[in-house]
Design a protein around this ligand. Sequence first.
Ligand SMILES: [Zn+2]
Length: 137
Amino acid sequence: MAPHHEPPSTLLPAQKFDAPWPRYMHPYACFECRKSFKRLGVTEPVLPCPHCGGPSVGLTRKFKPPKQSDVKQWRKVEALVRHGFLFWDLGEPYPSDLTGVDGFAAKHAEHLREQRYRFSNAFEKIDAAMAKRSQSA
Ligand SMILES: [Zn+2]
């Protein structure tokens, strides 16, 4: 069967929601595999990881995945995502290691509140995925 080049434009209104990232190629991160993969124009905040089937979280293009072997950096990224950071441009660098994450989150608490309010549907799914992960860990 020839692949259709039409994007899936038949989403029911109930399936649509504001996504906290623009609709272009953006990375998803799996904290179980410490891998990221990219999807085009997908507005789902959480997708199954193609490697392990677990939840992977959609981030902005600002996200630069650490090396798979760099467990510490992946733990930092996971901590940021648990706080609600999806790697928007905040006009300053993100913390360089895990110890900087809590302070960074405190500093940007207002921003996080706004994003969580604005994209509450997406954060509901992201938080659920992260909660599920912490139970299985
Ligand atoms: Zn995975």
